[in-house]
Design a protein around this ligand. Structure first.
Ligand code: CIR
Length: 267
């Protein structure tokens, strides 16, 4: 009986890294005009191809994918992660910071309502999924340029004490997950030199050197760690810790300030 209980707890704690379902949306032609800091040229054909390989990789790892059609009216809508936070049986639909992104979440809410109970973050709150790191018993939320205190407060209320919510100030980064991602129940991949590291009590860290900072956003799925291609030091450090690494070229999404986690909602 006690053994049974132990196995259930372990499986429950690992559930984030063993998702069954994924929601993705391929970029449309309008992705060219997505929000981004550097107005570098995005190769749309290449972006679509890279997205296809990303999708095939997730499917190959056993994820059942819900593939939503590109939304030309929403240039950033391939970054589905920002539209919803899934915590256990709740799907919390976010209110995105930029008006040009508001509306991306509607179809996602419909898609996820068949699986989860849907809640909504409401005005004047802003909250984006890229700021939420779901650990086993805690939720870390980035207080970023995209998530305000109303958003964090509403999230806390919806979670209703099921998990402790810890706010993390992340300085100038886009989202919390731009600087760190959880890769299993005890390990965090984190950009080196971050003051917020001390908030992650009980974790071990794999540090990402500053010159490879983009790789701090990596994606753990079914025991594999998917990392962006072209970050050899990070790759080596993850491998040295015993993980199997899959590299994906997502150069066209890096240009759009998005990373590997941003391209899917996994639960
Ligand atoms: C934006 O600035 O909103 C998009 N171009 C990138 C969003 C990336 N999303 C994420 O990190 N979760």
């Amino acid at each position: 009986m006690a053994g049974h209980f132990f196995i259930e707890v372990v499986i429950f704690n690992m559930i984030h890294y063993l998702p069954r379902i994924g929601i993705i949306r391929a970029p449309g032609l309008s992705y060219q005009s997505c929000i981004r800091v550097k107005k570098n040229d995005i190769n749309i054909k290449k972006a679509i191809k890279q997205h296809q390989i990303y999708a095939d990789t997730l499917s190959g790892l056993g994820i059942d994918l819900i593939r939503l059609r590109p939304m030309e009216g929403f240039p950033d809508s391939c970054f589905v992660e920002d539209t919803v936070v899934v915590i256990e049986e709740k799907a919390i639909i976010c209110r995105l910071k930029y008006a040009s992104r508001r509306g991306e979440e509607d179809e996602i809410a419909g898609a996820i309502s068949g699986y989860k109970e849907v809640f909504r973050v409401k005005k004047p709150a802003t909250l984006e999924g890229g700021d939420i790191l779901d650990a086993s018993d805690k939720i870390y939320v980035g207080r970023s340029s995209r998530a305000n205190d109303y958003g964090i407060g509403q999230l806390r209320k919806i979670i209703d004490k099921k998990k402790e919510v810890i706010t993390v100030d992340i300085g100038g980064a886009l989202h919390l997950k731009s600087v760190c991602t959880i890769i299993d129940e005890k390990t965090i991949l984190i950009r080196e030199g971050l003051g917020c590291k001390k908030l992650f009590k009980g974790y071990r860290f794999i540090e990402v050197p500053y010159e490879e900072k983009y790789a701090a956003n990596s994606l753990a799925v079914m025991g594999r760690i998917i990392i962006p291609k072209g970050y050899p030091i990070t790759k080596e450090r993850i491998k040295r810790m015993g993980y199997e690494v899959i590299e994906l070229d997502i150069s066209e999404f890096e240009k759009g300030d998005g990373g590997l986690t941003c391209l899917s909602i996994l639960f």
